[in-house]
Design a protein around this ligand. Structure first.
Ligand SMILES: Nc1nc2c(c(=O)[nH]1)N[C@H]1C(S)=C(S)[C@@H](COP(=O)(O)OP(=O)(O)OC[C@H]3O[C@@H](n4cnc5c(=O)[nH]c(N)nc54)[C@H](O)[C@@H]3O)O[C@H]1N2
Ligand SMILES: Nc1nc2c(c(=O)[nH]1)N[C@H]1C(S)=C(S)[C@@H](COP(=O)(O)OP(=O)(O)OC[C@H]3O[C@@H](n4cnc5c(=O)[nH]c(N)nc54)[C@H](O)[C@@H]3O)O[C@H]1N2
Ligand code: SF4
Ligand SMILES: [Mo]
Length: 759
């Protein structure tokens, strides 16, 4: 394959404005307003508005809108920053409760037939239930019984106890979860970030000594160019689009890097700019590169090579503020253009154009999401982006820097609070001081290691604070089998998901219905991807006669039952103000948390944003790493072991989100922007399909290395040749991917599949 490969990229399927089903060619816009109007004026409109106006952070993504300044405000105080995704998330939470007798009528076998959307639409969990070994139905259970079972389950060898968490709960719940687990002697704190931005944290930490974004929203507003790689922000972080629109308006450039030409990254109509943008849309990408999935490290080495050849690197900066820079430059220089363009599938001239834009932009921000991290070489991808920023001096001054665009609305807070298998030494020391004894040094299980350990019979007790461990992981059959070997699983959840019906323990599966962020009787906090801490005010649930509990209350009571009064008074920790004081005392950068109840002052975490070229590494310099080009090969059709296929093609499948889902929770079955009318579609390049005699709308089998899905409809889209896209969680059943070599993140974005028919 060479650079000419670009020519095979098809535009969006032919447009027919008469056809309602045809994908729109602008992201956002009037459909968003229509959605708002429909729901805010509907019977649930009152509850929806009440929640939108509640002083708490948006539930959905890490952009972190909301909080004390009101539901629509970002941290710079700008209004009109709530997007439709926020409404989607709230609507799911303000559903009525599941009826009291529901589980008497529905057996677990029946519940296992539900789709993700149907499971979510059952309504809110509002009373605790248990499924015990041998039973066919979930049954109500009293709190006393729950604590008895839980206490026994936790009082075992600590290494056999584990937790998994998802990033929607509060900092306070996260802090208490890890404190309870570590006090017990277990470091098995698996978290959804293991499946998500772990390579960003790992990569950034080794380069800059800090693992989160080093760019503030204020800084982003001063950039002249944004490189956005492997992110579908128009769908998953819509308010980031406002910043890109404003950047283009002030004459800046956006470079989009994505194997799929995402409609909203080409043109986006933001309701925040009703007059100038809403009807016609604003152009987003100045240049759009569509590399081969998994090849970004090669593309960035190419950009570096071109910058070196154009003599556009900042040697003074490198010399003064970085280590290992000459190795990085030598590597880029000695890697041939042929190797680079063959690996990434982008022509040299296009790479040179992008390098030229970066070189001529005074201030560049590099942002990325899952296309970069969910790869076998995710850390190298992050590091190659950082190298590109460093060799152009685009780090350490306002308006420049590295910005991982994080996932869940408080996933970053979970990491800060110590819910991680890579605990910072300084936090470990403060926790030891707090507890008065040394913590276990036995390495903990991250998410994938947890599943392996469970499958090997090494885990007896698991507590899941939110999330969907079953649905979020690859190789669903294996995950189900592994969870089935755990004695007791306790799920804390607001709404049902597939995990509650398929991720069943051997003896006891317990579901604890919890209050969400805007319902807690106490204040809580969360942290945005831009390192900004939000304060959530107290609230109330709309559910009447419900037996819900706050996560903080459940975790502290459980800790009290396990640990007694030792070494701290766990019940006293039900006062979240006290928890915040402990956080201020133990977590670096969170000092302002101590008085936040009085000041109500939301704040940027200390030491995170880097606006001068001095880094928290031992030498104060950024440490650069050479990133070898990935070796990207795909198996042959015969390697899939299918003997009787008539036509077939092997593709690099990217798995991710549709427009209307939040992770494993599906809100709507279609993705209108990609023209996929249901969940069982594969987005393909027309030329790939035609090369083996397949056609649009034909039904095919898609086979990975674990199993296959049948009756999948082919949809033609603006995806590069050789690549395809399907939606998770459904697709997770077909593959067992390689993991990122240093931090275990599954390579969800480059799954080799055989797409075939048998007749
Ligand atoms: N509405 C909504 N918002 C969300 C979420 C949601 O599910 N729904 N989820 C939240 C969470 S937890 C997360 S992590 C984020 C996810 O946000 P994103 O990372 O934007 O979401 P994904 O759908 O996983 O895929 C991102 C993009 O990566 C591209 N891609 C795939 N492979 C490659 C590659 O090899 N190279 C490059 N350059 N690009 C590639 C895909 O085409 C896709 O456009 O969003 C958060 N916000
Ligand atoms: N194939 C493939 N798989 C992937 C990905 C991919 O791109 N492709 N992406 C991965 C990524 S980036 C992520 S982050 C994971 C997501 O994995 P998870 O975070 O494990 O999954 P979610 O679907 O976000 O979890 C949703 C559930 O959280 C619960 N919940 C919601 N709010 C609350 C709350 O306030 N408290 C509590 N206790 N529970 C709550 C609800 O019960 C809801 O059903 O999936 C990963 N899996
Ligand atoms: S951009 Fe993210 S945080 Fe902001 S309103 Fe939308 S979903 Fe919520
Ligand atoms: Mo994520």
């Amino acid at each position: 394959m060479d650079g000419n490969d670009q020519q095979q990229i098809q535009p969006n399927p032919p447009s027919n404005s008469q056809n309602e089903n045809h994908p729109p060619d602008i992201g956002g816009g009037l459909p968003v307003i229509k959605y708002w109007a429909e729901h805010t004026l509907s019977p649930e409109g009152f509850k929806l508005w009440k929640t939108l106006l509640h002083k708490s952070a948006c539930l959905s993504c890490s952009w972190g809108t909301g909080g004390q300044k009101g539901g629509f405000t970002d941290e710079e105080g700008e209004k009109l920053q709530r997007c439709m995704k926020s409404v989607e998330a709230i609507l799911a939470e303000i559903q009525p409760a599941i009826s009291k007798h529901f589980f008497e009528q529905q057996s677990i076998e029946q519940l296992q037939q539900l789709t993700s959307l149907e499971a979510d639409r059952l309504g809110r969990w509002s009373f605790p239930v248990i499924l015990s070994q041998g039973s066919t139905h979930y049954q109500k259970i009293s709190w006393d019984e729950i604590y008895q079972i839980a206490e026994t389950a936790f009082k075992i060898t600590p290494e056999r106890v584990a937790s998994y968490s998802s990033g929607r709960s509060s900092n306070e719940a996260a802090f208490l979860l890890q404190l309870m687990m570590r006090a017990l002697g277990s470091n098995n704190l698996a978290d959804c970030s293991d499946l998500c931005h772990a390579p960003s944290t790992f990569g950034l930490k080794q380069i800059f000594g800090t693992g989160t974004s080093i760019v503030s929203l204020k800084g982003l507003k001063q950039s002249d160019c944004v490189v956005l790689a492997g992110s579908n922000a128009s769908s998953n972080h819509p308010r980031l689009m406002n910043e890109l629109i404003k950047l283009r308006e002030r004459g800046g450039k956006v470079i989009a890097i994505n194997p799929i030409k995402e409609t909203g990254l080409v043109k986006f109509a933001s309701p925040a700019f009703p007059i100038k943008s809403l009807l016609t849309g604003s152009e987003i990408a100045s240049v759009y590169l569509q590399p081969i999935p998994g090849s970004d490290a090669a593309l960035f080495v190419g950009i570096q090579k071109s910058l070196i050849e154009q003599d556009k690197i900042d040697r003074e900066f490198l010399q003064a503020y970085t280590e290992n820079w000459s190795e990085v430059i030598d590597y880029a220089r000695s890697t041939t253009w042929e190797e680079i363009t063959t690996t990434c599938g982008i022509a040299q001239t296009e790479i040179e154009t992008v390098a030229g834009i970066i070189a001529s932009s005074p201030k560049v921000v590099f942002a990325w999401a899952m296309g970069i991290t969910q790869q076998q070489n995710g850390v190298d991808n992050v590091s190659s982006i950082a190298n590109t920023a460093l060799i152009t001096g685009n780090v350490g001054k306002l308006g420049t820097g590295l910005m991982p665009v994080r996932g869940h609305s408080n996933v970053q807070g979970f990491g800060s609070m110590g819910v991680t298998v890579r605990l910072k030494q300084e936090i470990q020391q403060s926790l030891e001081k707090l507890l008065g004894y040394s913590l276990s040094r036995v390495p903990g299980y991250d998410t994938q290691a947890l599943i392996e350990a469970a499958d090997a019979g090494k885990v007896d007790t698991l507590i899941c604070v939110g999330g969907n461990l079953y649905g979020a992981n690859p190789n669903s059959h294996k995950v189900k089998r592994a969870l089935g070997k755990i004695n007791t699983i306790i799920y804390l959840a607001t709404k049902p998901n597939l995990g509650h019906f398929h991720g069943l323990a051997q003896q006891h599966t317990i579901i604890i219905p919890v209050l969400n962020r805007f319902e807690n009787p106490h204040k809580t906090t969360v942290e945005s991807g831009n390192n900004f801490v939000r304060l959530n005010s107290e609230g109330q649930t709309h559910l009447k006669n419900a037996d819900l509990i706050a996560e903080v209350d459940f975790i502290t009571e459980l800790a009290h039952r396990i640990h007694g009064e030792h070494p701290i008074n766990w019940r006293k920790l039900q006062d979240t103000k006290y928890v915040r004081q402990l956080i201020a005392q133990t977590i670096p950068g969170f000092e302002k948390m101590h008085d936040i109840d009085e000041t109500e002052e939301e704040f940027t975490i200390g030491g995170r944003i880097i606006n001068r070229p001095h880094f928290p590494t031992p030498s104060g310099k950024a440490i650069m790493f050479v990133n070898p080009l990935p070796q990207l090969t795909l198996p042959q059709p015969v390697d899939f072991g299918v003997s009787n296929y008539t036509s077939g093609i092997v593709l690099a499948l990217m798995t991710g989100r549709s427009y209307a889902q939040h992770n494993t929770v599906v809100y709507k079955i279609n993705d209108k922007y990609r023209g996929m009318t249901h969940r069982h579609c594969i987005l393909m390049n027309r030329s790939d399909a035609e090369s083996v005699g397949l056609q649009e709308h034909q039904r095919v089998t898609v086979r990975g290395n674990a199993s296959q899905l049948e009756n999948i409809e082919i949809i033609y889209g603006a995806v590069r040749s050789g690549a395809a896209l399907m939606f998770y969680p459904e697709v997770n059943v077909i593959f067992n991917p390689p993991k990122e070599t240093r931090c275990g993140t599954p390579a969800f974005k480059r799954v080799p599949v055989l797409v075939y028919t048998t007749s």
